[in-house]
Ligand binder design. Structure first.
Ligand code: MN
Length: 391
């Protein structure tokens, strides 16, 4: 068992993320991402769902063969052929995992799987035991766990632990839970399941109500030591908990979240950028930690503060997550000071009168144009320069 405050980062960008609309990746893109995720330092890399297609199987197997320094996992339903495919696909990796899942909510058992609770318990036990014949690292997930009857959830987890599961994941599959409720489920499981102290509990949260990261952190505070997440928060529907946001919360609020992990924080932004390239869409500009505006400031008051001391409006530096420098965006809310500063950096120090003149033209332009680039600023200087030249 790792140290009591060590968090296992389980990345599912290539499985839960990849199976969401518009996020399909080709073989080479998956391999490229997998190498980058290993460089980022994720502990477990869920490379895909081996039974889903030949392409998925080949990608998981190639990642298991070629990507080192992280544990390679494949998802599997509680079916022999799924577990066999997963086992064969992850076999080449130095350390691997089979991740089996079965629904624990009556809604899913009755309408999706059409099996009884008793049958579900049997499937869970048989599947975990069978998976253990391929690897000694088996994760079991109670799909739709947060909408399950608590007594039955405890029964199913107990059966999985007895069958040899080494990690127990309680997913908020549909993004329905709240931080307090999710934490209470973990505390209940910890007190009620025999032998639970020998397994790692895991969160897996979806963002349908915008609470995936908050729920994941609440789960950790209640004793979970693995967190399942994705780069840029991609994933089914509204997405998964965003890895970079959980990591940043642990970094910035270490007083509240005193946990350790193996992530290399400066790889967060490069990983986010690589994913955007692979799937052809980035995150929204206002996305926490890795969005284009996450470290950008336009208003004069904020820019003045940032130039005096960055701590005034930034709780972390962009460099700490590998995102380069703070960006003081010049727009209609900016002041003279930021304009003078930028022009000086561009090689045009202005005296007070020149600055007044250029600032007037700047505000006129900023009223018409949403984004002001350095070229725009340089063109604002032209009339002033020509006046100088002819007189
Ligand atoms: Mn999911």
């Amino acid at each position: 068992m790792p140290s009591p405050n060590q968090i296992v980062f389980f990345d599912t960008t290539l499985r839960d993320g990849e199976q969401s609309p518009g996020c399909t990746m080709h073989h080479d893109e998956k391999l490229r991402m997998a190498h980058q995720l290993a460089a980022l330092g994720v502990d477990v890399l869920e490379a895909g769902f081996a039974i889903a297609s030949e392409g998925d199987f080949n990608a998981v197997q190639a990642i298991a063969r070629e990507v080192h320094g992280t544990r390679i996992a494949s998802l599997a339903r509680c079916k022999r052929e799924d577990i066999e495919a997963a086992g064969r696909a992850v076999q080449p990796a130095a350390s691997n995992r089979i991740h089996v899942f079965l629904a624990s909510s009556d809604l899913h058992l009755e309408y999706k799987l059409r099996i009884t609770r008793e049958q579900a318990l049997d499937h869970a036990a048989e599947s975990v035991q069978f998976a253990r014949t391929f690897t000694d690292d088996v994760e079991f997930s109670t799909e739709d766990g947060t909408r399950s009857d608590h007594e039955f959830l405890i029964k199913m987890i107990t059966v999985a632990v007895q069958a040899g599961a080494t990690t127990i994941n309680i997913p908020d599959t549909v993004g329905y839970t709240t931080p307090d409720e999710y934490a209470a489920i973990f505390r209940l499981v910890k007190t009620r399941v025999p032998g639970i102290e020998n397994v790692i509990l895991s969160t897996h949260c979806h963002n349908d109500l915008g609470m995936a990261v908050a729920n994941s952190l609440a789960g950790i505070q209640a004793g979970a030591r693995q967190v399942e997440c994705t780069i840029n928060g991609i994933g089914e529907r509204a997405g998964n908990a965003a890895l970079e946001e959980i990591a940043a919360a642990i970094m910035v609020r270490h007083d509240i979240y005193p946990y350790t992990h193996n992530l290399k924080m400066t790889e967060l932004y490069p990983t986010s950028q690589m994913l955007a390239e692979c799937i052809s869409f980035g995150c929204s500009p206002n996305k926490a930690v890795v969005g284009a505006n996450a470290f950008a400031h336009e208003s004069g008051i904020h820019q003045h503060g940032m130039m005096s001391n960055p701590l005034t409006y930034e709780i972390m530096t962009p460099a700490s997550v590998g995102a380069g420098n703070t960006n003081l965006v010049l727009g209609k809310h900016s002041g003279r000071r930021a304009l003078a500063d930028r022009l000086e950096k561009l090689g045009h120090p202005l005296d007070r009168n020149q600055l007044d003149e250029v600032y007037t033209r700047f505000t006129e332009l900023a009223d018409r144009k949403k984004s002001i680039y350095d070229q725009d600023l340089l063109s604002l200087l032209q009339p002033a320069k020509s006046v100088v030249a002819t007189h």
